[in-house]
Structure formats: structure tokens, C-alpha cells
Design a protein around this ligand. Structure first.
Ligand code: ATP
Ligand code: LTN
Length: 339
């Protein structure tokens, strides 16, 4: 890996089946970036347990997400892929940054408010509130210059930048201040059953999301049932009443790589059924080759474990360097950590 390249870090939680929102908003841009940056991509299991998880499902999903990274086109010879909990520096810096995070900043996070509202108040874990400090640790450990994420993560990136600046001004220049990198098309794919809410992998209603491992028939069924409106006009719009059609157009545009104008022209005067069929074709033509690679990977016993072991080793080397500097700056006595 070329050490003169700028660094990128990002991650996805193994908290369910990856959706085409994760693919369009995150994974697809990572595949582009691997050519231009020194990249670190992790599967953030420590973040996943900020809400309750079934242990067996968590283990399976963690491996599945790793395989989907590679099936989407990430090349393990070019990028470092690892499981967050395999690199203990994340939990360590996460704690240090938790101690530096003002409660006011944490309570302001919309993801915390949304996710806390979905649980019984007494069962909301403290980890859900501290989530952004751990995310900041993920990013700052690698001195990442850029963080490619969907639009919903913008606020967490602002938090990371503010916290890094706070640390730097208290203890001296230590962290690179990272930039957020949001895709131009498809930064916020909405739920098919409710196009005013973000498509999310931990939403379990049947017609909410297209999953990356859905069969062509499932994709078709879900998209043909997507909520639209009765206005019978296909155009991009930010009118909430037209959110369903806007979402389908956005998915089509992001996957086809066409411009907004090209897509608008293509569907002018067409019916909603035509648009839905075109979206089904686009989605399936992306997912089919990806699923073939996924199935091959899952058959090669040991291949994935090997990549993840090498990835953790490389990641730990980079992360430890930053962590040691941080420990020294805040006044910890140097010593060899014991496990
Ligand atoms: P959960 O529902 O478990 O919180 P999620 O589906 O929101 O999960 P994350 O693991 O939180 O997924 O996000 C992984 C990456 O995918 C992030 O960069 C996030 O911004 C992006 N992403 C998630 N959902 C969408 C979406 N609907 N549209 C665009 N990008 C998305
Ligand atoms: N919070 C992110 C997942 C995440 C992440 C990160 C993304 C955890 N650590 C570091 C980018 C960089 C989410 O998508 N919900």
C-alpha cells in the first residue's frame, strides 16, 4: 500500500441484512475509492451491540458483511478489511474519547434520539448514547482524511471533527480532522413501504427494503409493491407526497450512473409500472454478479478468515501508533498492555 496516499476509513454494522441503501450509499463508493486512497473498511460489531443482538445472528452477520464487502468489489490486496472487535485499540480510544465527549453533544444526536425512542426507556443502553465517541475513535485511530458514508451519518462526522479539534487543542496536534464524503446520487435511499423514512437494515417489515442477497423474484415483488402516489407523473421532486417516485428515480439514477436530466427524459410520459420494471432490472443486474461472487466466497473455507486475520494485523499496527501517542499525551504511564 502506498503510504503517500490519503487515508479513508468506513464501516457498516452487522446488525441485519445489508440493503441496497448500504450498497448505494456506502459500499459502491468504497469500491471507487480503493483505487485512490489507502483504505480501511471494518465491520463494526462493537457498534452493533449498542442495541440488543442475538449472539448467533451477530456472528453470522459479521461474516456475511465481510463477504459482501469483497463480493461488492473491494479487493483485499488493495484495502484492509477487518472486524472492529479484533483491534482492541477501538475500544480503548473509544473509552478515552467517551470521557472527552460532552453529554450535551451526545444527547443532540438524531440517531440516538431515533433509536432510543424505539426501545423501552429503561432498556436503552449507555452504549447507544456513547456510540458517536466510538465512531470517532474508529476514524481518528487511522488518521483518516475522508470518511465515505450515507447522508444519515453527516452529524456523526461533525461530532468526530469537533471532538478531534477539542483533543488537539487540549493536548496538542494529534488527530487529522476528517472530511465527510457523501455520494452525489443515492445518499439517502428511503424505505419502499414508507418513502419518508430511511431504508434501514434493522427494520423488519417485509416490504421495507431490498436486501443485497434477495433473489431476483424477491427484488421484483418488493419493488413492484413500492408505495407511490396517485399523481401519475414521473419526475424528481422533494415534495413528500411524491417521495415514493422520487426514491425509485433516485435508485435508478444511482445504479444506472445517468444524470438527473437523462433519467427524467427517459421516463417522461411513462407509467409507474414502466419505472418500477426498469428499477427491478437495474437492481438485479447489479445484484446477480455480486451474489455469484458471494456464493463462491462462502464455499472457500478459510479464505475469509484469512483475509480478516491479515486485515486485523495491518489495522492494529496503524491504530496502535495513534493510540500510543494519545496515551502519552493524556498522561498514562507507558507499559505493555496485557490481555
Ligand atoms: P441500522 O438500521 O442497523 O442502524 P443501517 O441500515 O442504517 O443500519 P449502518 O450500518 O448504520 O446501516 O450504515 C452503514 C452505511 O450505509 C453508512 O455509511 C450509512 O450512511 C449507509 N446507509 C445506510 N442506510 C442508507 C440509506 N438508506 N441510504 C444511503 N446510505 C445508507
Ligand atoms: N455509524 C455508522 C457505522 C460506523 C462508521 C464508523 C462509519 C461506525 N464506525 C466509522 C464510518 C466510519 C453507521 O453507518 N451507522
Amino acid at each position: 500500500m502506498d503510504s503517500h496516499k490519503k487515508r479513508v476509513l468506513s464501516g457498516i454494522q452487522p446488525s441485519g441484512n445489508l440493503t441496497i441503501g448500504n450498497y448505494i450509499g456506502a459500499l459502491r463508493q468504497w469500491v471507487e475509492e480503493q483505487e485512490h486512497y489507502e483504505c480501511y473498511f471494518c465491520i463494526v460489531d462493537l457498534h452493533a451491540i449498542t442495541v440488543p443482538q442475538n449472539p448467533v445472528a451477530l456472528r453470522n452477520k459479521t461474516q456475511e458483511v465481510a463477504a459482501l464487502y469483497i463480493a461488492s468489489g473491494l479487493d483485499p490486496d488493495k484495502v484492509t478489511i477487518f472486524i472492529q472487535s479484533h483491534v482492541t485499540a477501538h475500544a480503548e480510544l473509544g473509552w478515552i474519547l467517551t470521557c472527552l465527549s460532552p453529554l450535551g453533544w451526545l444527547y443532540r444526536m438524531t440517531q440516538f434520539k431515533d433509536k432510543a425512542a424505539k426501545q423501552q426507556q429503561e432498556s436503552v443502553g449507555a452504549g447507544l448514547l456513547n456510540y458517536p465517541a466510538l465512531m470517532a475513535a474508529d476514524i481518528l485511530l487511522y488518521q483518516a482524511h475522508a470518511v465515505p458514508v450515507g447522508d444519515d451519518q453527516r452529524q456523526h462526522l461533525e461530532f468526530t471533527r469537533d471532538l478531534a479539534q477539542r483533543f488537539n487543542s487540549l493536548y496538542g496536534e494529534t488527530f487529522v480532522i476528517p472530511e465527510v464524503m457523501i455520494p452525489k446520487a443515492g445518499a439517502r435511499i428511503m424505505g419502499l413501504d414508507n418513502p419518508t423514512a430511511k431504508m434501514s437494515k434493522s427494520e423488519d417489515s417485509e416490504y421495507h427494503a431490498v436486501y443485497m442477497l434477495d433473489s431476483p423474484a424477491q427484488v421484483k415483488k418488493k419493488i413492484m409493491r413500492a408505495v407511490t402516489d396517485s399523481l401519475a407523473e414521473i419526475r424528481f421532486s422533494d415534495d413528500p407526497e411524491r417521495a415514493g417516485i422520487n426514491n425509485l428515480l433516485t435508485i435508478y439514477q444511482a445504479l444506472s450512473g445517468r444524470t438527473t436530466n437523462e433519467v427524467a427524459q427517459q421516463f417522461e410520459g411513462k407509467g409507474y409500472g414502466d419505472l418500477k420494471k426498469a428499477v427491478v432490472e437495474q437492481v438485479n443486474s447489479h445484484l446477480e454478479p455480486l451474489q455469484t461472487r458471494y456464493n463462491q466466497l462462502m464455499r472457500e473455507a478459510g479464505y475469509l478468515d484469512d483475509i480478516l486475520a491479515k486485515g486485523a494485523e495491518k489495522a492494529a499496527e496503524t491504530a496502535e501508533r495513534t493510540l500510543n501517542t494519545v496515551k502519552e499525551r493524556i498522561g498514562f504511564v507507558p507499559g505493555k498492555p496485557r490481555r
